[in-house]
Structures are given as C-alpha cells and as structure tokens.
Design a protein around this ligand. Sequence first.
Ligand code: T4K
Length: 371
Amino acid sequence: MDKKNSPIFVTQPFLPPLEEFTELLKQIWDSKILTNIGPFHQKLEAALADYLGVKYISLFSNGTLALITALQALKITGEVITTPFSFVATTHSLWWNNIKPVFADIESKYYNLDPDKVEAAITPQTTAILAVHVYGNPCNVEAIQKIADAYGLKVIYDACHTFGVTIKGIPVLNFGDLSVMSFHATKVYNTFEGGAIVCHDEVTKKRIDNLKNFGFVNETSVVTPGINAKMNEVQAAMGLLQLKYIDGAIEKRKQIDKQYRSLLKNIDRISFIEEMPSVKHCYSYFPIFINKEKYGKTRDEVYEELKRNNFYGRRYFYPLISQFPTYRGLETALPGKMPVAEKATEEVICLPIYPDLEIFHIKKISRILRQ
Ligand code: T4K
C-alpha cells in the first residue's frame, strides 16, 4: 500500500536506527547480563535523572507496576482522590492496593483534576491525591500541594503523558511526593514497554528499589513483600538509545501540534486545548472536542468518518474510568456527579500525532473536520 493510503493510527512509536540497537544488543549477548539491575539499567537511571532534571529515578518494567509500587512505597491506605479522566491503569493501581478510589471532577480548560473538587471530596479516610497530568498538561500543582499540606495528604502524580515537561523551567516531575512515568510504545519516549518512579530522597529511592525487586536488600535478606517490576537490559539499552534522539522527536511533534492549531483554529465548532503559558511541552496527544450542537454531528459520527478515511484517532478517555463495571457502583462515580468529565468523555477525539506523521495527513484530517 502506498504511503498516502496506508492507515494512520493515533500514534506510531519512534524507533532509533536498527544498527545502533543491534550494537547494544551485541553487548548484552556478550555479557550475558539480561536483567536484575545490570549495567544498562544503571546507566539509564543516571542518564534519565540528568536529562529530566530529577534527583532520583527508579526504572520499572511498565508504568502500571510503577503506579502500584508508588502507592506501596508511601504505604497509602484508605481513600485516595483521583480523576476519572485518564487511562484505566491509574485507578486500577488503587484497586490492586485495596484502596478505595474517590473520584473528583476535572476542570474544563486542561481536563486535569479540579483542586476545588479535590478539597470537597476529602473525608477522614483520605490519605492521598492521585492526579494525572493528562495529555501532558501539568495539573495545578501549587493548589494541589496547598490542599495536601493543609490536610496532611500525600501527592502522587501519574506523569505517564509528560516527558521532559517543565513549568517555568522546573521539571513537572519534581512536584508532589512521587511521579510515575510510562515508557510504553505509544508514549513520547519509549523503551518498548517501561516505566519509572521519580522521588526526591535517597531513603525513598532505596525503598522503591527494594519493592521492585521482591524486597531483597542483599543475597539473603528480604525486608518487604516486594514484587518483580524491574526493567530488563534490552529495554534499558533501548532507553539509552532513544535519549539520543528524543529532542528531535519532540521537536517534530511540536511542529505537528503547530500545524493542527493553525489548520483547525478557524473552525469554531471544534475546540482544542490552549497552550499552557510558561510550560515546555512534549506534545504527547492532540485532543479535539466535538460539540454535537455546534458541529451538527456527534463525536462518534466524526470519529467514524475519520476512520472511513483511514485515520484512526482514539477516544482517550472514553468511557470514563468511573463508568467501568469495577468502579461505577461507587458513590462518587454516579452519573451527574462529574459534569465536566462526563461532557469531555463524550466529545473527545485524540488526533494522530507522532514524529513521522506527514503534513499531507494533517491537512487531510483538517479537511475532513472542516466538511
Ligand atoms: N497512566 C496513564 C495516564 C496512561 O496513559 C497509561 C498508559 C498508564 C498509566 C499505564 O502505563 P503502561 O503500563 O502502559 O506503561 C495505550 C497504551 O497501551 C497505554 O500504555 C497508554 N497509557 C494508553 C493511553 O494507550 P491502547 O489500548 O489505546 O493501545 P493500542 O495498542 O490500541 O495502541 C494505540 C495505537 O498505537 C495503535 O492503534 C497503533 C499504535 N501502536 C501501538 C503499539 C502498542 C503501534 O504503532 N505500535 C505498538 O507497538 O492503550
């Protein structure tokens, strides 16, 4: 199939030149060190800490295990306030820790947790806030921290959509008690699968490292019932290589974001998220919102139309996590409780965005949306 007619998905992983990866694979073959915090794992932790501007980072096999472990690391129990507008893994991490999710509504500008709604949801059982920097736009970190300090709560950020994002030059990963990252194939920076926890002190880093390796501290001592969530050497080698190319990949995403903004700006029946001031972005997603009344078509009709034209956008995040069977019986999940999230989930389509997306594709998508 020629390039112009092949299907275009919401994303396509960025991959470095295969020869360079083969070179690193050869080193793994020679050393026979495949996993268990080997040399590539150690090198990648140092390199990422440096690139991201964080003090401590612990690598994981994926973002979901990193989320589950982050909650273990802080010994979170009881109730945690979280957003319904995210990938389901965010709330699943609470379920896996026997923690009751308490959903709070999002704000309508960036679709992140609304701090006022967070405060209103606090009960004597609340121990933490699990917020998501959705689509890579930072939460209102100051307001969230203020609430956390006033009520003695921990803050964990699901930073799976933010890679290298800064607010006024400060890495977003440095806010909150812990931040969790995903390096899944569909993310801005990928190690095929992978993830990480960012923390701010050595004791916490040690605890996280123990937790991801069965609780071992040496050959014979197990200090905690840990899990196996280590990143392996092949993933870590890929991560090192990806770092060489990441700035270029983000720059290409930036250009695509710019094209969409310029081509869609005059279609007043479509809205998209304004660029946040003072934020360095990573352009992980390009969500648009289809208002049925203004557009004259439902979001799903537009979504299907794009598909008929070979463009496979995604309805991230539909349904809301709170609408899935596991969670919909919770009091905070009941219909009408979160009007902003309930509207967003019915209107959103994430358009394709990835470094190799061609300009003619962006133009064609915009043309379809304009019809
Ligand atoms: N928290 C948040 C906020 C997250 O967004 C995620 C993951 C997590 C936590 C958990 O992190 P991980 O445990 O995954 O590290 C995808 C991803 O699987 C998931 O990682 C991601 N969020 C979520 C938003 O999207 P699906 O089910 O939509 O993926 P899939 O397989 O349909 O892929 C989407 C498109 O990407 C495909 O149509 C084609 C393309 N693709 C995908 C893969 C896997 C490729 O071209 N190559 C590939 O290898 O969930």
